[in-house]
Design a protein around this ligand. Structure first.
Ligand SMILES: Nc1ncnc2c1ncn2[C@@H]1O[C@H](COP(=O)(O)OP(=O)(O)O)[C@@H](O)[C@H]1O
Ligand SMILES: [Mg+2]
Length: 275
């Protein structure tokens, strides 16, 4: 019963959310048609984020994924101090689109991100190429890969992203990693947060690996949680670059509540970081 009420509540919220994106959606449709080579249809995306995300189709085939930045979420002009959130800085609508564009421009040639296809003149909306496949989290839920193996694969991708794109993701989780059908290629999506300017580049990169584990923790079955000492050891030995070992988690801690309050996870992290 409670589950039913919750899901009805979610559906109502979702409908209300998308209703406030409808006007802007109608305005950008002609540009999308021009980019896609003809009339397009759109479907609401399933993201739970603040922006309006839609799947765009042309001729019955996927043509891309549209993000319209929600102008009411962190309005333009909001002072930086009011946008700091632990290790992260919340971005204004235009900044969110600009960051997504910049990182996808740098990443798509290496198959690390979708390819950006179009951006509105006012910089509040962008179309990315459509990725066939599913979220890495869904692959885990379907029993195709374990949490820890998925984390390791995503971490490997993050390292490549850091090297080739040159920035940290800052919202890395199994929900924001896409796997193609065969799980051979992993792509990073959703770049709406940036590092708190007080972080060093190394701290920001370290946050990606830790957030990946933090976000998976809540969903992990007990048996996988028990494997944490061994798997975190492996993660640090094989995936987290040496220059990030020994860093302090102090500035990252506000967004790592689960890892830092679980004694086994905390102890495993303390072997490689200043906790
Ligand atoms: N390029 C893409 N190709 C296919 N699906 C995508 C793409 N970008 C986003 N999605 C889907 O839309 C969802 C929401 O997108 P995301 O960028 O993560 O926004 P948010 O989490 O802020 O709502 C993702 O979880 C994913 O399922
Ligand atoms: Mg997301």
């Amino acid at each position: 019963m409670i589950r039913l009420i919750k899901s009805v509540h979610r559906a109502v919220k979702r409908r209300r959310h998308f209703r406030s994106g409808a006007v802007r959606l109608a305005q950008v449709l002609p540009s999308l048609a021009a980019v896609c080579g003809g009339p397009v249809s759109v479907r609401r995306g399933r993201g739970g984020g603040h922006d309006f995300v839609y799947f765009v189709e042309h001729d019955g085939l996927p043509a891309g994924v549209l993000r319209i930045a929600n102008p009411a979420y962190v309005p333009e002009g909001t002072p930086t101090e009011a946008r700091l959130n632990g290790p992260r800085l919340k971005l204004t609508p235009r900044e969110r689109v600009a960051r997504e564009w910049r990182l996808c421009e740098a990443g798509w040639r290496h198959a690390l991100t979708p390819r950006p296809l179009w951006r509105s003149e006012t910089g509040d909306a962008l179309l990315n190429s459509y990725l066939a496949g599913s979220r890495l989290f869904d692959c885990v839920q379907a029993g195709r890969i374990s949490f820890w193996d998925a984390i390791e694969r995503a971490a490997e991708r993050a390292t490549l992203f850091h090297t080739l794109v040159g920035e940290a993701h800052m919202d890395l989780s199994l929900f924001n990693v896409y796997a193609d059908e065969g799980m051979g290629v992993l792509t990073l999506i959703d770049f709406e947060l940036s590092p708190n300017p007080a972080l060093s580049a190394e701290e920001a990169r370290l946050f990606d690996y830790l957030n990946l584990v933090e976000m998976a923790y809540k969903e992990m079955p007990v048996a996988e949680r028990r494997a944490a000492p061994e798997r975190l050891e492996r993660l640090f030995a094989a995936r987290v670059p040496r220059e990030l070992h020994g860093l302090s988690v102090a500035r990252l801690a506000p967004k790592l509540p689960r890892l830092l309050s679980d004694t086994a996870f905390r102890a495993a992290l303390a072997r490689h970081l200043t906790v």
